[in-house]
Write a protein that binds this ligand. Structure first.
Ligand code: 5AD
Length: 367
């Protein structure tokens, strides 16, 4: 591309620029994009990669999203539920290992029992993980879907300070195609605003390579992240799961696997260029496509990773997409392997710290 240097030199990317960058195909051009994104990461959020121990505490789900392996209608999944002690134990383990923060993720539920469980568990983790190194206890991120304003507020008051809620796609028509009617785009958006209003550091993201999704959609996704002023971004490739209504796309997916993988890396890089000081996760789904996918994510500008801490015996039941790595039942901690992989890249780890989004801190101090 003739004017690639010009675009990469811009302080603010417009819609056209973003589209052009996402369309790059030549390896040398993609390498220039990658280098620039990595440079912008180093300058804006520093050299460290932050860890969040991921605990998938339950796969019960009331939703029936067409793409997801743990959707309500998938009767092949054995449903499980970690009890409070098990979750707290995983969290303590993570903090002892120096991970600094944890993510509690589950299928979606909104009943009182669930809400009370989350609040109690968050409170216990907060009080039982305080140490000299982390006087305020673990940093806690929740990823438990759409809830009411008052529920989010309870979660926040219990001590969670970050929340991940992906928009999945910022194109409302595409959103409607991959969700049942009971899951609405407008509601998802409203929830993101609730979370911001309450004071959470808010993360969102999309799936990349959905059937029917265009480069224009993905460019708008990046503008959407900017518009809602997201603090954290978690996105990854869409990967077909056989026991879903979208199983028919297996062939499409197989044929486009490399393209989707590259597109995911380009999305990370361009999001870094456009949003600069946010935290961006290199997601497990990237590694599901290629064994070193997560490492590539860091090289393309991501600065957060979520080692899986779900106890081994449950891992096979939390498979949202095919080929999910690290579901070996004899493994309880993916951190050590990830840490090795990160240090092998010559990158630095942010141990024993929360690694909050700098964007959030700036946003707060400007108020
Ligand atoms: N492929 C990739 N990502 C998926 N997710 C759910 N199902 C899939 C899939 N088949 C992602 C969604 C959700 C997150 C928890 O997992 O984006 O928000």
């Amino acid at each position: 591309m003739k004017n690639l240097d010009v675009i990469l030199g811009k302080e603010n990317l417009d819609f056209e620029d973003i589209q052009q960058l996402l369309s790059l195909e030549e390896p040398e051009e993609i390498e220039l994009l990658r280098r620039k994104a990595f440079e912008v990461k180093q300058e804006n959020v520093g050299p460290k990669i932050y860890l969040r121990g991921l605990i998938e505490f339950s796969n019960y789900c009331i939703n029936d999203c067409y793409y997801c392996g743990i959707r309500k209608s998938n009767s092949s999944v054995k449903r499980y539920w970690l009890d409070e002690d098990e979750v707290v134990e995983c969290a303590r383990y993570a903090i002892n290992k120096g991970y600094g923060s944890i993510v509690l993720q589950s299928g979606e539920r909104r009943d009182q029992r669930f809400i009370d469980f989350v609040c109690r568990t968050v409170e216990r983790i907060k009080s039982e993980t305080r140490s000299e190194k982390l006087p305020d206890g673990a940093g806690i991120t929740l990823c438990v879907g759409e809830q009411s304003y008052s529920t989010y507020k309870r979660f926040f008051e219990a001590g969670a300070h970050r929340y991940l809620l992906r928009i999945e796609t910022s194109n409302p028509e595409l959103f409607a195609k991959i969700h049942p009617e009971s899951v609405s785009f407008a509601r998802r958006l409203e929830c993101l605003y609730f979370l911001k209003d309450i004071g959470f550091q808010v993360g969102t993201g999309v799936m990349i390579g959905l059937p029917g999704q265009t480069i224009e959609d993905l460019a708008r996704d990046i503008l959407f992240f900017k518009e809602i002023d997201a603090d954290m971004i978690g996105m990854g490739p869409y990967i077909v799961h056989k026991q879903t209504p979208m199983a028919e796309y297996e062939e499409y997916f197989r044929k486009n696997k490399y393209k989707i993988y590259l597109l995911s890396l380009k999305m990370i890089a361009v999001t870094r260029l456009a949003l600069k000081d946010v935290n961006i996760a290199s997601t497990t789904a990237l590694q599901a496509l290629y064994p070193f996918g997560r490492e590539e994510g860091f090289r393309f500008g991501a600065n957060v990773v979520m080692p899986l801490l779900t106890p081994g015996q449950y891992r096979r039941e939390y498979v949202l997409y095919e080929g999910k790595p690290c579901i070996d039942e004899f493994t309880n901690d993916c951190g050590e392997c990830l840490i090795r992989r990160i240090t092998n890249l010559g990158m630095e780890l942010g141990l024993n710290e929360w690694g909050d989004s700098l964007h959030f801190r700036k946003r707060k101090s400007e108020k």
